[in-house]
Ligand binder design. Structure first.
Ligand code: WQD
Length: 332
């Protein structure tokens, strides 16, 4: 089975390409390197000892996309290509909607041209906005997103649902990620955000390595176990496995629209993450309590039972694996 992976050199995309190659899928990768590096292609080949076709391509370039579909018999697409910095999306809404929404519209129109029916879409728990209750199930209300990044994900989910209503021969899987962290155990690929990291784990890693001075813990007066924000952290390798399981589901079902949370179902607070990181890696993380970050919510974690029941997907990695692999990547 030949799978087109968009955003193939990105954080989640690269780990998923490794998992696909390890599971003997044929992969065609594309990326425009707007938030990743070309060297990741070679790192993936080094990890898997396998080759795969790669195109430098912007998804907004319809002709280039058509050419890829002309040159390769694509059976399914996994779409990761998107900007994903929540804070940045507030200051650059138009860029986010062009990149995250227009690009998939181009992709879907080319898929239709070449009669490609299967797509796995990289969505996010942010589509739930401020959840009314936790743990969050897939039938929880979506909407009330607090930033253009989350809203762009909600928009694409809406587009995919409308597409399915118009053509029930489509085979669509929407995966809502919680908080991906960690890195491949080889230390060759991992999370490499441009500039100052917005997310917790990459920031912790930079403070532990001395590249950044001190971590600001955004608020310790939340209604949580220790007052700091609680999130459902999922190892990026587990997340990659979830995508292979989603492809297997689309192969089995032949048509349908399926939505799954990908998370561990466990919530950890910021302080728990810091303490576990320090204990496992035997390093110190300087931090101080700072004011809340606008738009943050108290706690958000998944009910992962539907993915277990319907995909046979269950996270294997522990929090210790996540903090160890994040640190290992930084040191490699
Ligand atoms: C986690 C916790 C912060 C940084 C976002 C997106 C989500 C996904 C992951 C793309 C919160 C606290 C953070 C810091 C801190 N992105 N924190 N100091 O906001 O849960 O989710 O990123 O797929 O879609 O919404 O992740 O890592 O930014 O924050 O105290 O310097 O860490 O308040 O409680 P978030 P995060």
């Amino acid at each position: 089975m030949k799978v087109l992976v968009t955003g193939a050199t990105g954080y989640i995309g690269s780990h998923t390409v490794v998992e696909l190659l390890d599971n003997n899928y044929e992969v065609v990768g594309l990326d425009n390197f707007s938030n990743s590096k070309r060297e990741v292609v070679d790192k993936i080949k080094e990890i898997t000892h396998k080759d795969f076709k790669f195109y430098e391509c912007d998804m907004l370039n319809k002709e280039a996309l058509e050419n890829i579909f002309k040159e390769n018999e694509i059976d399914a697409v996994i779409d990761f290509a998107a900007f994903k910095a929540v804070g940045e999306s507030v200051s650059k809404p138009v860029e986010y909607y062009i990149n995250n929404v227009s690009s998939i519209l181009t992709l879907l129109s080319v898929m239709k041209e070449f009669n490609v029916k299967k797509i796995v879409f990289s969505s996010s728990a942010t589509v739930y906005g401020k959840p009314k209750s936790v743990p969050i199930t897939e039938d929880a209300e979506v909407g009330g997103t607090t930033n253009p990044y989350g809203t762009s994900k909600l928009m694409v989910e809406r587009i995919l649902k409308d597409l399915y209503v118009s053509d029930e021969t489509m085979d669509i899987c929407i995966l809502r990620y919680f908080n991906p962290i960690g890195a491949h155990s080889s230390g060759l690929i991992g999370e490499e955000p441009n500039g100052i990291p917005a997310n917790l784990m990459p920031y912790i890693v930079k403070v532990a390595s001395g590249k950044l001075e001190c971590l600001n813990v955004f608020g310790n007066d939340y209604n949580t176990k220790d007052g700091t924000g609680v999130r459902d952290y999922i190892h990026v390798v587990d997340l990659a496995v979830g995508h292979v399981k989603a492809l297997e589901k689309l192969n089995k079902e032949k048509q349908g629209l399926f939505i799954y949370n990908l998370g561990t179902g466990k919530g950890y607070s910021v302080l728990e993450i810091i303490n576990t990181f320090e204990k496992v890696n035997n390093v110190k993380v300087n931090y101080k309590i700072a004011p809340r970050r606008p738009g943050d919510i108290d706690e958000c974690y998944s009910d992962p039972s539907k993915a277990l029941k319907e995909l046979g997907f269950k996270c294997e990695k522990t929090l210790e694996d996540m903090v160890r692999d994040s640190w290992n990547y930084e040191n490699k």
